[in-house]
Unconditional design. Structure first.
Length: 251
C-alpha cells in the first residue's frame, strides 16, 4: 500500500509541476473589435480603439486618400456617438467560426468606392492576423472588389438584410469579391498597416476591424508556456521517482 501511494503521489507531483511550467491562459477564438470613437467622413478620417483583456489598447486609424495624396472621403460612420448598427449581431453566424468566437459591437464605417481612392489603416501596435468584418459588399448581380495589398483568408460568410449567401464572398489572390457578400476575413501575417482600393462603386458596403492578439502579447504568451529550468528539473525528478516506485512495486 505504501509503495502504491508513493507512485500515485509521484504522478500527481509530476503533473502539478508540469502544469506550473506549461499552463497558460487560453483565449483561442476570442476576438477584440474596434469601437469607432470618432469619424469625419467628409475629410476621410476615423479613429477607433480596441481594448485587450489586460486593459491595454490598440488605436486604429482609418484614412481615405485621393490618388494625388490629398484627403479623400467616405460615406458615413456608426460611432460611439450613434452606435445604431445591429447587423453584426442580427447576422452573427456570418462572422463566427472556429477561429473567431466573438462579434463586434454596434459601430462600423461605410464606403461607396469607385472614387480612385486608397483606404489606409494604421494600427498602433503590430497585430498578428488582423481580422476584418465586411457587410453587403457588392449587390445581387453586381460584383464589388476590395483589392488589398496583403494576403488574407475568408473565415466565414452568410446572408444579410439585403440577401447574400454562403458563397457570395469569393477570393482571387489579394482581391475580395462580393456579390452581396458579408463575412469575416483574416490577414495572413503580422501588420501595423495595410491598404486597399475599391475600383467599382456600389452603394454601400461596411466594415470594421478586430484582433486576436498583438505581437507583444503573443511573444509573452509563448514565453509563459516554456517551463523554467527549475520547474523542468523538478518535473523530471518527479517523473523519475514515479518510475522507480513502479519498479519497486513490480518487484
Amino acid at each position: 500500500m505504501v509503495k502504491f501511494l508513493s507512485r500515485r503521489f509521484g504522478a500527481q507531483l509530476a503533473a502539478a509541476l508540469l502544469g506550473i511550467g506549461l499552463a497558460g491562459p487560453s483565449l483561442a477564438g476570442t476576438a477584440y473589435w474596434t469601437v469607432w470613437t470618432a469619424a469625419d467622413p467628409a475629410n476621410g478620417t476615423a479613429t477607433g480603439i480596441i481594448t485587450l483583456p489586460d486593459a491595454s489598447t490598440v488605436t486604429v486609424t482609418f484614412t481615405a486618400l485621393n490618388a494625388d495624396g490629398t484627403s479623400g472621403d467616405f460615406l458615413a460612420a456608426f460611432t460611439t456617438a450613434n452606435p445604431d448598427w445591429h447587423g453584426w449581431s442580427d447576422f452573427s453566424s456570418d462572422y463566427l467560426s472556429s477561429t473567431v468566437a466573438t462579434i463586434p459591437g454596434n459601430t462600423m464605417l461605410q464606403l461607396v468606392g469607385g472614387e480612385n481612392e486608397t483606404y489606409h489603416v494604421t494600427l498602433s501596435a503590430p497585430i498578428v492576423g488582423p481580422l476584418m468584418d465586411v457587410v453587403s459588399l457588392g449587390a445581387n448581380g453586381t460584383n464589388t472588389h476590395y483589392d488589398f495589398n496583403a494576403p488574407f483568408t475568408i473565415l466565414s460568410q452568410g446572408g444579410d438584410y439585403w440577401g447574400g449567401c454562403s458563397t457570395c464572398l469569393t477570393q482571387f489572390g489579394n482581391d475580395l469579391i462580393g456579390n452581396e457578400g458579408s463575412g469575416t476575413i483574416q490577414f495572413n501575417g503580422t501588420y501595423s498597416e495595410f491598404d486597399w482600393t475599391v475600383p467599382t462603386g456600389e452603394y454601400w458596403h461596411g466594415f470594421t476591424f478586430g484582433i486576436e492578439t498583438t505581437q507583444a502579447l503573443q511573444q509573452q504568451q509563448q514565453q509563459n508556456t516554456v517551463p523554467e529550468p527549475g520547474s523542468a528539473l523538478l518535473a523530471a525528478l518527479a517523473l523519475g521517482g514515479m518510475a522507480a516506485a513502479g519498479r519497486m512495486r513490480r518487484r
